[in-house]
Design a protein around this ligand. Structure first.
Ligand code: SF4
Ligand code: FES
Length: 230
């Protein structure tokens, strides 16, 4: 079964049950996303994908709203652009986006300012370096939930990480904030692979960025010095 509706003034067809985001992509219409990832269940958390649907009072997240017959959808109306720009400006005001190139590109595209909310409280956190595989820098975390989901039902069924706190204090954590080696983590690396902001990063990459040489890193990993090439 298919549904036919109008997106950006053009009649488009979608499979029954498809989201507005999938329908847009199938029809060559670009809708930006941040929290959405093909491998994880969409939760509609970041709101970057919002679109205007005729008859709806508020903007709708395209990654979770299903396409319906006779819908009239605008993906780049003035209201939509203003909302996306504000979302980006709020992110830039509260977290470190220096390792999130896709989001920085979106900021340029939407003319979003890094200075829009100068008094906003920033999420600050020390880098957690407690295992040989990856570091966690939650000052770069935008709470997209992807890591929690791949660690749970979306992929690994390990449940090593979850969230703690409420509201602004919410953050990703291990149970009882235990170091990673004391959790059920099996170091599969899937959380690192889906993190869009560098909040989770391979330890080797982190050490290289910190100025360590590959030889020093090898010694740290194995405890043995590398033989010099002849
Ligand atoms: S650590 Fe990365 S993947 Fe996990 S919630 Fe934060 S930004 Fe998303
Ligand atoms: S991409 Fe749709 S809400 Fe985040």
């Amino acid at each position: 079964m298919t549904v036919t509706f109008v997106m950006d003034g053009k009649e488009v067809t979608a499979q029954d049950g498809q989201t507005l985001l999938d329908a847009a992509r199938d029809n060559g219409i670009d809708i930006p996303t941040i929290c959405f990832h093909e491998a994880t269940t969409a939760n509609g958390l970041c709101r970057m994908c919002v679109v205007e649907v005729e008859g709806q009072r508020v903007l709708q997240p395209a990654c979770i709203v299903k396409a319906g017959t006779n819908m009239k959808v605008q993906t780049r109306s003035e209201k939509v652009i203003r909302a996306r720009k504000t979302i980006l400006e709020m992110l830039a005001s509260t977290m470190d986006l220096s390792d999130a190139p896709d989001i920085l590109t979106m900021m340029d595209e939407y003319g979003a300012s890094h200075e829009r909310f100068p008094d906003a409280e920033r999420r600050e956190s020390d880098v957690k370096d407690d295992n040989p595989m990856y570091i966690r820098d939650y000052s770069k975390c935008l709470l997209c939930w992807r890591c929690v989901q791949v660690c749970a039902e979306d992929a690994q069924y390990t449940f090593a990480i979850n969230f703690e706190g409420r509201g602004f204090e919410t953050q990703i954590a291990t149970f009882f904030d235990k170091p990673i080696p004391e959790t059920t983590c099996v170091m599969c690396g899937q959380c690192v692979g889906v993190c869009p902001t560098g909040a989770l990063k391979p330890k080797r990459e982190f050490l290289l960025e910190s100025g360590k040489s590959p030889a020093e890193i090898s010694v740290m990993n194995t405890g043995k010095k590398q033989r010099k090439p002849r």
